[in-house]
Design a protein around this ligand. Structure first.
Ligand code: MRU
Length: 358
C-alpha cells in the first residue's frame, strides 16, 4: 500500500484527506486535514470515527504535527497530547499516538519515518481485516452447517466496516467475505441511535457491496432473536479489557443480553490494538465518553424536498444524556475474533494468545 485507503488517504502534498462521515450517506464529500488542530477537530466532531480509523487519523496527525513544528520534539509532544485526548474510549487512538511518538523520539529523519510508520499502521490494519474476514466467515459456515440452514441472518450494531477500520473493517469483514464465498447472507442493521451509524453508514456500505440487509430500530433485535430470525450477532469494539469485557457503541450490551437469553452466539471482532492490557475489569475501568445532548435531541437526514437537514425531536426544555458506549461483560461474549484467530473472552486465553503484547 502507499497511503491510499478507502476512508482516508494522503494527497500529493502529503495532507490527509478523509471521507466526511458526518453527512454520509446523503452527501459524499471529503475534508482535508493539514495540521494538529484540524486533526483534533475531525476526531472530536466525528468527521472521522470508528476505533481503527480514529487511530489511523491520529497516526497521520502526528506526522502532520511534526511537519507543522519542523520536527521540534518538545512542541510535538504537546501536540501529540492534544491528539491523544481528542476522544476517550477507543484505545486505538492512544495506541497509535504512543506508537508514533516512540518513532519520533528515536528518529534522525523524523518526517520521513513518521509518514512511513502511519502508512505501516494502516497496512497492518488491512491485513488484520483480511484475517478477521476469514476467521469470521469460517464461523458463519460452521453455524450454517450445525443448524442445517442455507441462509444466515447476522445482526450487527453501529458501524465496524471500512469506514471504521481500513480495508473491510472488523465486524463487517466476515460479512464481505461471506458474500465473496457465495454464502447466502442477510444482515439486520441496528440503526444505532443517537448518531445512527448503523442506518447511515453500515446500510450504505452494505448497499454498495450489494449485500442483502434490513435496517431495524434499535429496540427490534430482542424480538427477532426470540423468533429465530437471528443466527449470530457480530459487532466491533472500541476497547477490550484483558479480562475480555468489550466497550462498543451504546446499546451493544442490551443486544448481548438478548442473544444470551436466546442462545445465539455473540462475537466481537477487533484488531489487537483495541485491547487495553492495562485493565481487567472493563465495566469499572473503561472510560465511557459522554457526548453533547444535541445528538439525542436532534436528528439529521433528508427532508421531503431531498434537502439534508436537522430536526428537533425532544422538547426544548427537556434534558438529554448521551453516553457513547457501554461495556459488554466477557460472560456474554462467545468469542473474540482478531488478526490472530478466535479466542474466548477469558483472561487466560487472551493472555496466552497475546503474551508478546502484554
Ligand atoms: O462513536 P463512533 O462512531 O466512533 O463509535 C465507534 C463505532 O462505530 C462502534 O462502536 C464500532 O462498533 C467499533 S469501531 C470499529
Amino acid at each position: 500500500m502507499n497511503g491510499k485507503y478507502k476512508a482516508l488517504w494522503l494527497d500529493e502534498q502529503d495532507n490527509l484527506v478523509v471521507l466526511d462521515q458526518r453527512v454520509l450517506p446523503f452527501v459524499e464529500s471529503t475534508v482535508t486535514i493539514t495540521n494538529t488542530n484540524e486533526c483534533v477537530e475531525a476526531i472530536k466532531n466525528m468527521t472521522v470515527r470508528g476505533a481503527g480509523v480514529i487511530g489511523n487519523t491520529a497516526a497521520f496527525g502526528i506526522f502532520l504535527a511534526a511537519r507543522e513544528c519542523n520536527g521540534n520534539l518538545v512542541q510535538l509532544e504537546n501536540r501529540a497530547k492534544l491528539i491523544r485526548e481528542s476522544r476517550p474510549t477507543a484505545v486505538n487512538l492512544m495506541w497509535a499516538v504512543d506508537r508514533m511518538m516512540k518513532v519520533a523520539r528515536k528518529s534522525n529523519d523524523m518526517l520521513n519515518d513518521l509518514k512511513l510508520e502511519a502508512i505501516e499502521i494502516c497496512d497492518e490494519d488491512c491485513q488484520t481485516s483480511k484475517n478477521i474476514a476469514d476467521a469470521g466467515a469460517d464461523i458463519f459456515e460452521e453455524i450454517m452447517k450445525k443448524q442445517n440452514i442455507t441462509t444466515i441472518n447476522v445482526l450487527t450494531h453501529c458501524n465496524a466496516g471500512w469506514l471504521a477500520i481500513v480495508d473491510d473493517g472488523t465486524a463487517l469483514a466476515p460479512i464481505y467475505e461471506a458474500k465473496r464465498r457465495g454464502i447466502d447472507i442477510h444482515v439486520w442493521v441496528d440503526e444505532t441511535r443517537p448518531r445512527n451509524q448503523g442506518a447511515n453508514l453500515t446500510a450504505w456500505e452494505l448497499g454498495k457491496a450489494d449485500i442483502n440487509h434490513t435496517v431495524i430500530a434499535d429496540n427490534t433485535g430482542g424480538h427477532l432473536m426470540q423468533h429465530g430470525m437471528v443466527d449470530v450477532c457480530i459487532t466491533g469494539a472500541d476497547r477490550v479489557s484483558r479480562g475480555g469485557d468489550a466497550a462498543n457503541k451504546i446499546g451493544t450490551y442490551l443486544k448481548s443480553l438478548a442473544a444470551h437469553d436466546n442462545n445465539i452466539p455473540f462475537y466481537i471482532a477487533l484488531p489487537s490494538s483495541t485491547f487495553d492490557f492495562e485493565i481487567v475489569d472493563g465495566i469499572k475501568e473503561i472510560p465511557i465518553e459522554i457526548r453533547g445532548e444535541d445528538e439525542v435531541k436532534f436528528i439529521r437526514g433528508l427532508d421531503k424536498h431531498g434537502e439534508y437537514s436537522e430536526l428537533q425531536i425532544v422538547p426544548t426544555a427537556s434534558k438529554a444524556l448521551n453516553y457513547g458506549f457501554d461495556v459488554t461483560p466477557s460472560r456474554l461474549i462467545t468469542g473474540l475474533i482478531s488478526e490472530r484467530g478466535v479466542c474466548k473472552a477469558d483472561q487466560k486465553e487472551i493472555e496466552t494468545m497475546f503474551k508478546d503484547l502484554l
